[in-house]
Design a protein around this ligand. Structure first.
Ligand code: AGP
Length: 612
């Protein structure tokens, strides 16, 4: 998705803007640009493709300045061309924008009638012209922006500069993330604090509807024209955990970070083999009343929710529904009293999940229905955390690779901890069972570490996938969602068409696809379904399919002709899906590397999907 970086300083900020954009590259984009105020002019460079192209252009043209805005664009309105890249300029105004201006066509028609000429197909350009026009009847850049904002419909974050205001950066947050990085004698903005971590660890998180004026020494935040106070928060995230270190890709680094990420996530809730007394304490009264759970999420986070459904119902007898947020939000679902609406999201900014949450909240209020909302999320400062009644953080650290890995496994650990807590409060799980799952959770990082030892074996298997066009992933029970997740991972980074199926569904259709050329990945933990799964494997082999099996070391499944087995350390059936996530991540990673794709920033995808 698009990224914004901007700043106002004493020194030249050209390199800060470029470095900031590089740190946002993981979000996915197709063009980049920047604009700086220098003397009486806006100096602008824009390039299609990577930030490196923009950097080269900037180095050649020597543009420099101490007030500027920069942007990585992920095309929504208009193709990825230089003309459509941001910043957009109108006279002496330059604008960068994340999100979508939904009523742009209407505004454009009005502006064209006034004589404004559009040079791009974007929705953003209207903002530049509107500010330009508003300046004719207002007395400051801030006032002009304040008069434009009520005309805009949609979700947006904006950065705006003007040559007549060489020490002023105006920013707006309305439905799209925006933070202010507080410096000494200089201040910055970004759509993601990661971009600013090399220069500050002090941030102001703007609220929806905030308009802020930044100068070198001052930050003023306004709501409806009134000055408001927004606290400065200090972050302890270090710069180093957002770099690749010794790894070739962020994705591989993040796969290897899972033991530690899980350890961190688990430690916040457990005291020995018991739940900590203070864990989710403030939610206890709400948990006691809930009768069912509705999970809302997208993509990989949705798969985590699918596994949680098995756990909620099997372990603590609480009915649980899980639904893709982009479907839920548009189908007028019945809002049921005493339901826990649980959003799962790595970023906490996914537009569909946020919209599903907000619509549900609104409808519950309007119908006077009592619901509880909660977020499981990896970003403490995200909209989802701020807008729900309760939250539980996954402590995975920043996840940069577009393919979600450590966020997924920590979501599963967090979900298990939440389920134990709800079961304890509702007394639907025994203390003995809590202790035994807690003991296993402590052991989990070590099991993941042992599973990672299979990396070389999985690399060898991946060579057999390089030329393939299609692939099936099969699992049963909680490993059906892992099959879906394996297929999603392979699709998104290697561009091989892959499907995940519940193995029992094979004979109801997908078996027709199986032939000599169809690799079938099997997830075979030691659980009650193992014998049934072995029968499904026979069905595939009888049709000439080639099997790639991730199997429990005691499963009795061994290598044979057209059956390649990677043995996975033993773990209880309950926590097994967390462990079996690792081999499917490694398989997808190695296949993608061998196929030469852009592993961390796969084509057409974005890390944080902040538009519909
Ligand atoms: C996973 O590898 C994906 N890149 C994607 O499916 C992701 O999980 C989805 O977009 C949801 O994101 P969120 O967890 O930040 O809400």
């Amino acid at each position: 998705m698009c990224g914004i970086v901007g700043g106002v300083a004493e020194r030249s900020i050209t390199n800060i803007l470029i470095e900031g954009l590089k740190r946002l590259e993981y979000r996915g984009y197709d063009s980049a640009g920047l604009a700086l105020v220098s003397q009486d002019a806006i100096l602008r460079e824009r390039r299609v493709g990577k930030v490196a192209n923009l950097e080269q252009a900037v180095n050649e043209s020597l543009v420099t300045g101490s007030l500027g805005i920069a942007h990585t664009r992920w095309a929504t309105h208009g193709k990825p061309t230089e003309n459509n890249a941001h910043p957009h300029v109108s006279g002496h105004v330059a604008v960068v924008h994340n999100g979508i201006i939904e009523n742009y066509q209407e505004l454009k028609d009005d502006l064209e009638a006034l004589g404004y000429v559009f040079t791009s197909q974007t929705d953003t350009e209207v903002v530049a012209h509107l500010v330009h026009d508003a300046l004719k009847s207002t007395s400051s850049l801030l006032e002009a922006v304040q008069s434009v904002v009520p005309q805009l419909k949609g979700a947006y974050a904006l950065g705006i500069i003007h040559t007549d205001y060489p020490d002023e950066l105006i920013t707006v947050r309305e439905g799209s993330p925006l933070v202010i990085g507080v410096g000494i004698g200089e201040n910055f903005i970004s759509s993601d604090q990661l971009a600013l971590l090399p220069i500050t660890n002090r941030f102001i998180y703007l609220e929806e509807g905030d308009i802020a004026r930044l100068t070198r020494d001052k930050i003023e935040v306004f709501v409806n024209g009134q000055l408001v106070n927004r606290p400065v928060k200090e972050l302890d995230a270090t710069v180093s955990n957002a770099s690749k270190g010794e790894f070739k890709h962020y994705m591989l680094k993040e796969i290897y970070e899972q033991p530690e990420a899980l350890q961190q996530t688990i430690s916040q809730a457990l005291d020995g083999n018991a739940l900590r007394a203070d864990f989710l304490k403030q939610a206890e009264a709400d948990f006691a009343n809930i009768q069912q759970v509705q999970i809302l999420a997208c993509g990989t986070s949705y798969h985590a929710g699918m596994i949680a459904k098995y756990w909620f119902e099997q372990l603590i007898d609480v009915p649980c529904q899980v639904e893709i947020a982009s479907e839920f939000r548009y189908r007028t679902p019945v809002i049921v009293n005493n339901t826990l609406y649980l959003c799962i999201s790595q970023s906490g900014e996914t537009a569909d999940t946020l919209a599903a949450l907000r619509d549900t909240q609104k409808r519950a209020v309007s119908k006077n229905i009592n619901i509880v909302t909660m977020a499981i999320c990896n970003v403490a400062t995200s909209s989802m955390i701020r807008e729900t009644n309760h939250s539980l953080l996954t402590l995975a650290g920043p996840e940069i690779g577009v393919a979600s890995t450590k966020a997924f496994t920590t979501q599963l650990a967090a979900l298990m901890l939440l389920i134990l807590k709800i079961g304890q409060i509702k007394q639907t799980i025994s203390e003995h069972q809590i202790q035994s799952i807690a003991a296993e959770l402590w052991h989990l990082p070590k099991v993941i570490l042992d599973t990672l030892q299979n990396n070389a074996a999985i690399l060898r298997l991946s060579e057999l996938f390089v030329e393939k066009q299609h692939c099936l992933f099969l699992g049963r029970g909680t490993h059906f969602p892992i099959a879906l997740e394996g297929a999603l991972k392979l699709k998104e980074i290697s561009y091989i068409h892959a499907e995940g199926y519940a193995a029992g569904e094979l004979k109801h259709g997908p078996l027709a696809l199986v032939d000599n050329d169809m690799p079938v990945v099997i997830l075979a933990p030691q659980d009650d379904m193992l014998d049934k799964l072995k029968s499904n494997m026979e069905e595939v082999q009888a049709r000439g399919g080639e099997l790639f099996v991730f199997a429990d070391e005691h499963s009795g499944i061994h290598n044979k002709d057209r059956q390649h087995v990677v043995s996975v350390p033993s773990i209880s059936a309950t926590l097994a899906p967390i462990v079996y996530s690792v081999p499917v991540q490694l398989l997808s990673y190695h296949v993608a590397v061998l196929r030469g794709t852009d592993v961390d920033q796969p084509r057409n995808l974005a890390k944080s999907v902040t538009v519909e």
